[in-house]
Design a protein around this ligand. Structure first.
Ligand code: F6R
Length: 246
């Protein structure tokens, strides 16, 4: 695992976009996308580079990490709308090439298995972008999720519901409490992982993930035993780490 510490959010976004640009140039075909706040500056930087003619997503397929269960189809906070608004609609992604778990299926367990199969059929994820929850989740894999789990239906931890209520006007009861998420095992199968972490609120969990045990108690800890993982964080998020970046 490589750890890159940058001064602030703009520099983190630039470093993350540099990595994605480099992988696009060397033939990346399947990109795994996270939603949430953290990757937005990276996506904005990629949009800027696309407009400048530097990067293209033509022919690239994207797989989202997760999707809420229970929102009406087309709700502005469902992740397939969020990613479109924040990123994919502003670059040359084919809309059909951006996939997400079918949270509207009458049979979400079957939809989960189909999503894993779809990722496999696409040849697997070349580079998976990840954020981290304050409780150590990646995707919506809350602490305790087995490290070999596949895409599945899950309940959100209370802390995650509270954190995500900022996207729902601060109304906790408006936040769905269930989701379909790629499993930790699914995420680990990506050929490369890029974990982006910013802000002082993530300092404790980042230290746990990078310095504690690799264990279900902190799903994000799996970045450490992945053969090609890069963690890019800002100084604020790095505050709990001993400082030995590569
Ligand atoms: C979103 C996702 C989540 C977020 C995490 C951090 O698709 O999978 O794991 O990455 O909740 O969210 P932010 O970046 O909003 O702090």
């Amino acid at each position: 695992m490589r750890l890159l510490i940058r001064p602030g959010v703009p520099e983190v976004a630039e470093a993350a976009a540099d990595l994605i640009e480099e992988r696009l140039r060397s033939g990346l075909r399947v990109l795994g996308l996270a939603t949430g706040s953290t990757p937005v500056p990276t996506y904005t930087e990629l949009i800027r580079r696309h407009r400048a003619g530097r990067v293209s997503f033509s022919g690239v397929r994207a797989f989202l990490l997760d999707e809420y269960i229970g929102l009406p189809d087309g709700h502005p906070e469902c992740y397939r709308e969020v990613i479109r608004r924040d990123f994919t609609a502003h670059v040359d992604f084919d809309d059909d090439a951006v996939r997400s778990p079918d949270a509207w299926s009458a049979d979400p367990d079957a939809a989960a298995a189909e999503y894993d199969a779809e990722i496999r059929a696409a040849g697997g994820v070349d580079l998976q972008v990840l954020g981290i929850g304050r409780d150590g989740h990646i995707g919506f894999n809350e602490p305790g999720t087995p490290l070999d789990s596949r895409t599945h239906v899950t309940d959100l931890a209370d802390e995650t519901v509270v954190d995500n209520s900022r996207f729902f006007g601060g109304v906790r009861d408006s936040v769905p409490t269930r989701a379909l998420t790629q499993g930790v095992g699914t995420i680990r199968e990506a050929r490369s992982l890029l974990l982006v972490v910013t802000g002082a609120a993530k300092a404790t969990v980042l230290a746990n993930a990078l310095r504690g045990e690799i264990a279900p108690g902190c799903p994000a800890s799996v970045v450490r035993d992945h053969p090609d993982a890069v963690v890019i964080c800002d100084e604020a998020a790095a505050a709990g780490l001993d400082r030995t970046p590569d």
